[in-house]
Design a protein around this ligand. Structure first.
Ligand code: SME
Length: 159
C-alpha cells in the first residue's frame, strides 16, 4: 500500500512533495503505463480543485488517451487540435485560464473551465502530454506551471 499524505498551503512545497513521492513511486519501474497510472492517481489525490488529470500518449503522431482520473474522455486527438493538440504540436506548455475562449478547445467534460497541458519530451521526441482540467477559471498559476514541469521532468525519465 502506498499512503502519501501530501498537504501544504504553499504550492512550491506541495509540488516538491509531489515530485518526491512520484520519484519514489516510479523509480526502478520500467513500465510506462503503470507509471502514468500511478502518476495520474497521485496527482488527482494531491492537487486540489481538479476534475480531470491524466495523459494522452503520442502513438504514431496522434494523441491517444492514456491513464487518467476523472470522467471518461475523448480517445484520439490529432496534433494541432484543442489544448492537448496545441501542446503536442508546439512542444510548449499550454496554460489556459478560460477554455471557452481557446480556439478549438475540446470539451470532454462540460464542467471544465481552465486547463494546463504539459508536453513530456524524451530525447527530443514527444512521448505524451499531461493534461489537468479544473472547474475553476484560471485555476493554474505560474507556480502550478513550474510544478507541473518538474513533475513531467520526472516522468520523462520513466516513460
Ligand atoms: N480539453 C482537451 C481535451 C482533453 S480533455 O480535457 C480530458 C483539449 O482541448 O485538448
Amino acid at each position: 500500500m502506498y499512503d502519501f499524505k501530501i498537504a501544504s498551503a504553499d504550492k512550491p512545497t506541495l509540488y516538491r512533495d509531489l515530485v518526491s513521492a512520484l520519484e519514489g513511486l516510479t523509480t526502478g519501474e520500467p513500465d510506462p503505463i503503470a507509471n502514468m497510472a500511478n502518476a495520474a492517481a497521485l496527482i488527482w489525490e494531491t492537487l486540489p480543485d481538479l476534475n480531470w488529470a491524466g495523459f494522452y500518449r503520442n502513438v504514431d503522431g496522434e494523441l491517444v488517451l492514456g491513464p487518467f482520473q476523472g470522467r471518461p474522455a475523448c480517445i484520439r486527438i490529432p496534433f494541432g487540435k484543442g489544448v492537448c493538440g496545441a501542446a503536442a504540436e508546439t512542444l510548449q506548455v499550454q496554460r489556459v485560464e478560460d477554455v471557452h475562449a481557446f480556439p478549438g478547445h475540446i470539451a470532454c467534460d462540460a464542467a471544465s473551465a481552465s486547463e494546463i497541458v504539459i508536453p513530456i519530451v524524451k530525447d527530443g521526441k514527444l512521448v505524451a502530454v499531461l493534461d489537468l482540467d479544473s472547474p475553476t477559471p484560471a485555476r493554474f498559476t505560474e507556480e502550478d506551471e513550474a510544478g507541473c514541469i518538474a513533475v513531467c521532468d520526472v516522468l520523462a525519465r520513466v516513460l
